[in-house]
Design a protein around this ligand. Sequence first.
Ligand code: NAD
Ligand code: TDX
Length: 327
Amino acid sequence: MKLLVTGGAGFIGSNFVRLCLKEHADRVVVNLDKLTYAGNPENLKDVEKDPRYRFVRGDICDPDLALELMRDGIDAVVHFAAESHVDRSIHDPAVFLDTNILGTHNLLKCAREASVSRFLQVSTDEVYGSLGPAGVFVEESPLRPNSPYAASKAGADLICRSFFETFSFPVVVTRCGNNYGPYQFPEKLIPLFVTNLLDDIPVPLYGDGLNVRDWIHVEDHCRAIDAVLRKGRPGEVYNIGGRAEKNNLQITEILFKELGKPETLKKFVKDRLGHDRRYAIDPGKLERELGWSPRFTFEQGIKETIAWYKDNEHWWRPLKERVLKTY
Ligand code: NAD
Ligand code: TDX
């Protein structure tokens, strides 16, 4: 199977490309990535010479390039490329609309033209909006996105839906919770806090620190995407989650304990605008229909992740500079 992976130089995309090459000898992977501030060829250094892997630097909004790549025997598109950071979308929404909505439409249009037989849209639980203290997101939950990022992903999901309903184009959509693991850009909560603490720099907790996210190890997310790619029903949405709800203060306490750091490094700061209070995902459909289940508990996954950042300072140190320069 020949895959076009978009955004494969980012956090989740690079973990997915590595998993594909390692576990599926029959797979060829073309990685289309613009290398924005979040894209990093270092993430796939270990596979760059693999004859089954090809990197193409380019924009998913470029119609000629996308069509040319897809016409070169692509069987399926796995679409990760996106602007992905909520805080940046509050600061400047425009690029989120260009990449996440128009870019997705461009890929769908080209994939349809090239008769690609499967298109997997990697989406997020944030399209469902925010929950109160009870309840979970199911695939039928209404889309109520609150940040420009979430709205742009919801827009992309709906264009995907329209391609299935209108053209019978075989699209599947996955919606996952918060990922953590190796190669995550250090602007997101866990890698930001871990790398700050390793340098004895205070960690900024937004608001009261009680916002809840549903965490999943990136490898479990990638295995779920792989299951949907192989066995998911066209036109369907599959929620992905690790049943590991934690508030930000609990995450912070775990990191402080694991790294042996003093409470004085904990700093409450002004809240994020429109900060969603709680996400919780029911991954039951994926478990029942496709036989997926997570391999990592949060406790095991976070220990391994902290160890990875400790051992890979050469990877994250230059990116900390980049976080500051690109805002
Ligand atoms: P990331 O920001 O680490 O990586 C995004 C990648 O997309 C980068 O390599 C970047 O260079 C590339 N890219 C951006 N704009 C592009 C363009 N116009 N053309 C080509 N490439 C472009 O993001 P991530 O955290 O790995 O997220 C990947 C996908 O998964 C996104 O679609 C995101 O919405 C979704 N998602 C993320 C999470 C999470 O917790 N990180 C959870 C659920 C869903
Ligand atoms: O410095 C911080 N302090 C803080 O308290 C940062 C960066 C975050 N937070 C809080 C905000 C959230 O409640 O931590 C929580 C997690 O924040 P992020 O890591 O920015 O993730 P989130 O906004 O939940 O979105 C993530 O999960 C869903 C990804 O960035 C999205 O791409 C994905 O769709």
